[in-house]
Design a protein around this ligand. Structure first.
Ligand SMILES: Nc1ncnc2c1ncn2[C@@H]1O[C@H](COP(=O)(O)OP(=O)(O)OP(=O)(O)O)[C@@H](O)[C@H]1O
Length: 237
């Protein structure tokens, strides 16, 4: 097996001087794939994403992107390297317009980003309609579209989403997943944390079930959905 495009490899670490939250945890994603991290509340799913993005120090293990060791880089430096990260909360500027949010997303770019903005508006037509409205006036699902669009504006090499469907209705969740699949089909690797384990595994090429900061089960989405142990413990039977 060749090296995955993005890998958090055997990560162990926690917040500041606190106890370890992650224990030898590995997550990875390849171009054209959707990789999904699921698991119970407090399992360390968001922490694993933050570790890959450089928001906490890993005491051991490594993060590699395109074969390059980026373990010691800051989150800002990782953005320059091509990581697009959408955090779970505070992921948009609510007092700015939709379009200003997207422009902010392009802050690292010095080239013309109008093509990318057209792509984002093509992907999320409602954002074009509402481009002059304050992002804080949008619905939950629309705000998540702004957040994903903002990350896409950097033209990332990998997209990381922490619970993109948090707080939205099942219908809006399905719509967001459809858009995420559409983005994935462009070849962009997508790594995401999801509370809606069953629905997320249905669209996952790769699934990671984390328990207490460690890998409990890993497989394709279909394998995990079919695994009796995974079903019983994590998918409600
Ligand atoms: N900023 C922080 N500082 C210290 N500890 C934290 C911090 N954020 C999370 N933790 C701790 O890390 C552990 C894992 O939390 P994390 O948010 O990664 O879990 P999760 O699997 O994403 O949970 P959920 O599904 O509830 O969002 C928890 O015990 C939590 O209290």
């Amino acid at each position: 097996m060749s090296e995955p495009f993005l890998i958090g490899d055997s990560m162990t670490g926690g917040y500041g001087k606190g106890p370890d939250i992650l224990h030898d945890c590995t997550i990875a994603v390849n171009p054209g794939e959707i990789a999904v991290i699921v698991g119970p509340n407090g399992a360390g799913k968001s922490t694993a994403m933050k570790a890959v993005f450089g928001m906490l120090n890993v005491r051991s293990g490594a993060v590699r992107l395109g074969g390059e060791d980026i373990t010691t880089l800051s989150p800002q430096e990782r953005v320059i390297k091509g990581m697009g990260f959408v955090p779970q909360t505070s992921n948009i500027f609510t007092s700015m317009t939709v379009e200003e949010n997207l422009e902010m997303g392009a802050f690292i770019r010095t080239d013309d980003f109008s093509d990318t903005m057209d792509q984002v508006y093509h992907l999320f037509p409602i954002l074009k309609d509402k481009r002059h409205q304050a992002a804080g006036e949008l619905s939950g699902g629309q705000r998540q579209q702004v957040a994903v669009g903002r990350a896409l504006m950097t033209k990332p090499k990998v997209l990381m989403l922490d619970e993109p469907t948090a707080g939205v209705s099942p219908i809006v969740m399905d719509e967001l997943f459809d858009r995420i699949i559409e983005v994935s089909r462009t070849g962009l690797p997508i790594l995401m944390v999801e509370q809606n384990a069953k629905q997320a595994l249905e669209i996952a090429d790769k699934g990671y079930v984390l328990v207490q900061g460690a890998n409990a089960y890993t497989g394709t989405g279909q394998e995990l959905l079919a695994d009796p142990e995974v079903r019983k413990s994590f998918l409600g039977g």
